[in-house]
Write a protein that binds this ligand. Structure first.
Ligand code: CMP
Length: 154
């Protein structure tokens, strides 16, 4: 009997380059990290979040002690929001980002290389496919997502 090989799921995930990444001019280096990892950008824009947008996006954290500070931080400067697509994109993105606290992030990860603190930690990435769907819809319409041939780095 033939057993089909396991197929990897093509997923989409929401990624945010946070104000510290833009302020310290490492956005290009961070975008390269995603490209090198095989994560294809299919939507991207620069925004300066309003208080209401930041609070809405991080609503799941509203009871956390860091919520107020986090929203103040996320509105302190522009961000880049993007949708990344690829095999197991949610987990892969989290691997490339590294641990939330840069002190615990593995060598070579974005947060280890560039993050300033647990708050100014350079990037956000969805933590599940279900949250990815909600987070993508928070910033993008379906028609904002582009289709194109992408070979990735060979
Ligand atoms: P992010 O992945 O965007 O999700 C929630 C954010 O809250 C997190 O990254 C950090 O920027 C911020 N944050 C600040 N303090 C903490 C903390 N103690 N634990 C987790 N997240 C924190």
């Amino acid at each position: 009997m033939l057993i089909a090989p396991p197929t990897m799921a093509i997923e989409r995930t929401l990624s945010i380059l946070k104000p510290d990444a833009l302020q310290s001019a490492v956005a290009g280096k961070i975008l390269s990290k995603f490209e090198e990892a095989g994560l294809k950008p299919v939507a991207m824009k620069m925004l300066h979040l309003t208080q209401q947008e930041a609070e809405g996006f991080y609503a799941v954290h509203r009871e956390r002690p860091f919520f107020k500070s986090l929203c103040a931080y996320m509105t302190s400067g522009p961000v880049i929001v993007q949708v990344l697509e690829g095999e197991n994109a949610v987990a892969k993105n989290r691997e490339v980002m590294g641990a939330t606290n840069p002190a615990n992030a593995a060598e070579g990860t974005i947060r280890k290389l560039f993050a300033k603190s647990i708050e100014a930690n350079s990037v956000h990435g969805s933590d599940s496919t279900e949250n990815a769907r909600m987070e993508i819809a928070y910033f993008f319409a379906q028609t904002d997502l582009v289709r194109y041939e992408w070979t990735g780095r060979k």
